[in-house]
Design a binder for this molecule. Structure first.
Ligand SMILES: [Zn+2]
Length: 225
């Protein structure tokens, strides 16, 4: 588990907003910090979403925006300010073999691992870009129409995962060797899971959207009656 996941597991956007002095009403609404908001249009819960300016994201992102920090520094700040006690273990390089005899096999192994990781980077990038495209679609298509309605699961998923997936893609594209290796070691299974999840989703997407639209129409019928 990396720092971002560990922080998000322990804390949500509402707790964070309150902690830093944002007045949150019992229904989760607050005046938005990210635009000139006169009436509360920011909903803070597990994630946050502003109905006026569209700002949205998770607890870490909230702090990053509020204090003008990088995502990583925001996660660190939360770790400290909330005394979360998350220890960060930077990836440790394995010590080089001392004996010359095994040096060659070690080197072969290293080359093999390197190739394996390069292949994985290509595959993982493809999976994550595809997932991110769906996330962007969900964020618009399932956007709540009123502040009262419960967020559609795919909308929540979009807010939950958007930054995380962007972070992973950043690492895959611009990360150094150690950062990519860390992602490979700790998040390989997670990325694989996203690939499977999206494949399954794509198989049922038309039925899912149809059902959503029917329900939406039913609901609006009831409200206007
Ligand atoms: Zn706003």
């Amino acid at each position: 588990m990396n720092l971002f996941q560990a922080v998000k597991e322990k804390i949500n956007a509402r707790a964070v907003a309150k902690h830093y002095g944002v007045k949150v009403k019992s229904n989760g609404m607050a005046c938005c910090l990210f635009h000139n908001d006169k009436h509360p249009s920011l909903k803070v819960d597990e994630y946050y979403h502003c109905f006026a300016c569209g700002a949205s994201g998770d607890a870490i992102d909230f702090v990053a925006r509020m204090f003008g920090l990088s995502q990583y520094d925001a996660a660190q700040k939360l770790n400290q300010d909330f005394s979360l006690g998350i220890e960060i273990h930077p990836y440790k390089k394995k010590s080089k073999p001392k004996k010359k005899k095994i040096a060659k096999t070690e080197q072969e192994r290293a080359t093999f691992v390197k190739q394996k990781i390069q292949l994985w980077v290509v595959e993982a990038t493809e999976i994550l870009i595809n997932y991110l495209k769906w996330i962007e679609f969900w964020k618009e298509f399932y956007k709540p129409q009123t502040t009262e309605e419960e967020w559609y699961p795919l909308f929540s998923e979009a807010l939950e995962k958007e930054l995380l997936i962007n972070r992973y893609l950043d690492t895959l594209q611009f990360g150094n060797g150690d950062e990519i290796l860390e992602l490979f070691e700790f998040n390989r299974e997670e990325v694989k899971h996203y690939g499977e999840r999206i494949e399954e989703y794509q198989r049922g997407v038309l039925a899912e959207i149809r059902e959503y639209c029917e329900r939406r129409n039913d609901d609006s019928g009831r409200y206007s009656a």
